[in-house]
Design a protein around this ligand. Sequence first.
Ligand code: AMP
Ligand code: MG
Length: 344
Amino acid sequence: MKNQIIFNRTSVLSLTLFISIFFISCAKNKSTETYFESMNTFMKVQAYGEHAEEANDAAQKYIGQLEKIISVTKPESDIYKLNNTDSYPVEINDQTLDLIKIALNMSEISDGAFNPCLYPVSSTWGFTKKQYRIPDASEIKEKLALCDWRKVRIEGKNVYMDKGMQFDLGGIGKGFAGDEAAKKMMEFGVKSAMLDLGGNIQLIGAKPDRSAWNIGIRNPLDKNSIAGILKAKNCAIITSAGYERYFEGPDGHKYIHIFDGNTGCPVENNLLSTTAIAASGTYCDGLSTAMYVLGLEKSIELWKKQKDFDFIIITNENIVYITKGIAKNFQLNADTGFTVQIIK
Ligand code: AMP
Ligand code: MG
């Protein structure tokens, strides 16, 4: 009888323990998805854990606030103020300043391929208002003279540049948003999350079962299929591509939204997409744009020089170039007919 009572107590205790562990692990693996629109694109954040919902809300709120200060079109933004004044310096807030410094550093690293001051050129081609046109050579030359990123000077919180110069952080802003929103989510104890900011991916940790996330790399020739799957944890995966935004001229020629700062014209090369993979989203975003401008050979040189990122570059010869660091984690979609070449 005594034994029977002890047995029952043990059973109750075990059951209670089991239920507690079950609920704790449910809370840990609780996932919430939040969808919203920001920075002119659709975004989805998906956190796991007890405070997943609050973490998602904090990420969304943060990205909304960031957009307000770095937008080129919102009159209250730092960038708008910088771009539309006659008198310098302009004092801007710390976050915008940080991002401008990182962007200019990316220009240094990429020998100007990444240029955050190309707004006079891209707007004259009509990309900002979607009123596309092909400017003549003299107009391009005139606008290009206003795009010298080396003329930007920062002293404390003050930014100085020449009259007529204009910033555009569109090539790096979403990556920065991913980095900073991920930090906000981690403040809620989130150890596992995926942020999809218009196709730019920022990962916190691994999936709750500790396995890697499977990230589809879009097939640039078919929006409904993937070129392959990359297994990844705790990093950013960011793609630049001609298919994202472009217009067709009267001659049927395709003009894309990524500009070459040497010519003042949309980039034309054999690339279809460039994807950068590294810890920082800001870095990857800058790199993916820079690589698109640089082309394959110079991107390989940049990779060899920097040694701190991986890439996936797809060319119009249907070759997927991947760096050796991710070779084991990339699975080609055989249906595409693409072939893989590993860069060592
Ligand atoms: P992404 O999709 O990250 O490659 O960014 C492309 C956007 O960056 C464009 O829509 C422009 O706003 C801006 N951009 C265009 N060309 C460049 C360039 N060479 N360097 C930096 N930003 C650029
Ligand atoms: Mg970019």
